[in-house]
Design a binder for this molecule. Structure first.
Ligand code: HEM
Length: 234
């Protein structure tokens, strides 16, 4: 592989891994203090919630963070080929992270500041997160490696909603700030709630579309390799 091709392959992975690590550590940091005074606009409500739901938030954030950090390494073909046992163990931890974080999401979603529209968006995301993870697991147990990889691409695209959520939140708040006075009567909380509601969908629907495009491109590529091999053998 020449230098340009290798850069083209490595750059998207590097960017994904960098953003995943950055968000995982930055997003989890306030919860690692176990002090609700450090929570943000969206989660300050947990200061008055039951202990069970507060624990749900911690489980969700930590287990999701672990999955976010492990995910990029599972896509490295060299690591898979050289250290298959490590890949398998990291995969198990990743999927357990999804299981705990996804189930905890059902516990913490009710009562979100974004209201029903945002709650439905996130509950749908949690359902798809668990479902794609289950399909990835079931297919690798059945020995269907390629189908397993496809489900993992979809699943990690959903895990990355933790990254895209924060990027979209920043972008939309930035675009709405100029109309803080005219549209929101200088009420930043009102602006935040409106943006948050939209972001609960924007954080994952485009990710899933991109994942599906990657899956389709892989299939086309593999089909063309198969045809070339058949032609060479003929
Ligand atoms: C992909 C499926 C995910 C779903 C369905 C989901 C769902 C939720 C829900 C319902 C909340 C509460 C929001 C609120 O109270 O307004 C939340 C908050 C949170 N989630 Fe997730 N989440 C997902 C992925 C992740 C991942 C992978 C991480 C890893 C870092 C993560 C970290 C957090 C954190 C730190 C919070 C607290 C809010 C904040 O500080 O921004 N989530 N999530």
């Amino acid at each position: 592989m020449n230098k340009t091709n290798s850069f083209k392959k490595q750059f998207p992975w590097g960017l994904m891994a960098f953003l995943a690590m950055g968000v995982a550590f930055a997003a989890i940091a306030p919860y690692a203090t176990f002090n609700p005074d450090n929570f943000n606009n969206a989660t300050s409500r947990f200061a008055n919630e039951t202990l069970l739901r507060l624990a749900g938030l911690y489980v969700h954030a930590f287990a999701g963070g672990i999955a976010l950090i492990i995910g990029p390494f599972q896509f490295l073909s060299r690591l898979r080929a050289r250290r298959p046992t490590l890949h398998r163990w990291m995969g198990r931890i990743y999927l357990l992270g999804i299981l705990f974080s996804g189930l905890a999401a059902f516990l913490i979603a009710p009562g979100m500041i974004s209201g029903l529209v945002g709650e439905i968006g996130l509950l749908l995301l949690a359902t798809l997160w668990l479902w794609t993870g289950w399909n990835a697991y079931r297919n690798i147990r059945a020995g269907n490696r390629e189908v397993h990889r496809e489900w993992m691409i979809r699943n990690y695209a959903l895990t990355c909603s933790a990254v895209t959520l924060r990027l979209w939140l920043g972008i939309l708040i930035g675009t709405q700030i100029p109309s803080l006075e005219t549209k929101y009567a200088n009420d930043f909380d009102a602006l935040f709630v409106e943006v948050y509601r939209v972001v609960m969908w924007l954080a994952w629907v485009p990710n899933l579309i991109v994942a599906e495009m990657i899956v389709q491109r892989r299939r086309t590529f593999q089909l063309s390799i198969g045809k070339k091999q058949l032609a060479a053998e003929a």
